[in-house]
Write a protein that binds this ligand. Sequence first.
Ligand code: PXP
Length: 242
Amino acid sequence: MLKLLVNIDHVATLRNARSEGYPDPVEAAKVSEDNGAAGIVFHLREDRRHIKDEDAWGLKKAVKGLLDFEMGATPEMLDICSRMKPHLCTLVPEKREEITTEGGLNMSLIFDHYRDEVLPILNEAGVPVSLFVEPSVKDIELCAKLEIPVIELHTGTYSNATGSAQAHELERLKKAAIVAHENGIQVNAGHGLNFKNIRPFLENVPHLCEISIGHALIADAVMRGLPVVVSEMAQLIDSYNQ
Ligand code: PXP
């Protein structure tokens, strides 16, 4: 059954813009779960630009459904994740200077390092691993060689494409999902998905298990919530005039 996991990183981005302690990503996780999310994703970055360590542990305590810990495979993160034991650890390439995760892992480059040093740590801790990958058959075959149980297909290129380029990306995603499924790998997906591009994606790509969406949901929550909060405050202000 296909599940929605909500990425709450940008609730923390907004919280961090001030030091007021709100909005709280843990509260956002509870609201998401109360309204149909099967789980929560958070990315604890090396520079802690949005989610902080306290948020991560707060989420571990509060989230009732699936908890997906997204991270770069650094010794520090491997240690935190091994102690936390989330339902899933999604490994992503992480660059300090990037605005968001820019693409899937370079599988040929990381293959030996992951096989020898990264995966044994998470396997030992009993944390299932997902690799964030491009929709490339070659890369998925490398995941199969590493005996990875789950992949997350990078949908960012699809999400930003239009017309024939979008159709081409859908074809790549479909092929990648089929190859992963044939190799017994669970297929998750995410990045850049929104209310406009989700439908063709779901209609064309088979074997999907978990979809992770962050930025578009938080952005839409702001825009759709703004009428409610502005009118409530305007009424309050207006009561001064009565
Ligand atoms: N999946 C991965 C691996 C990501 O890095 C991100 C962004 O944090 C997402 C999914 C969610 O992407 P978006 O915020 O564009 O929905």
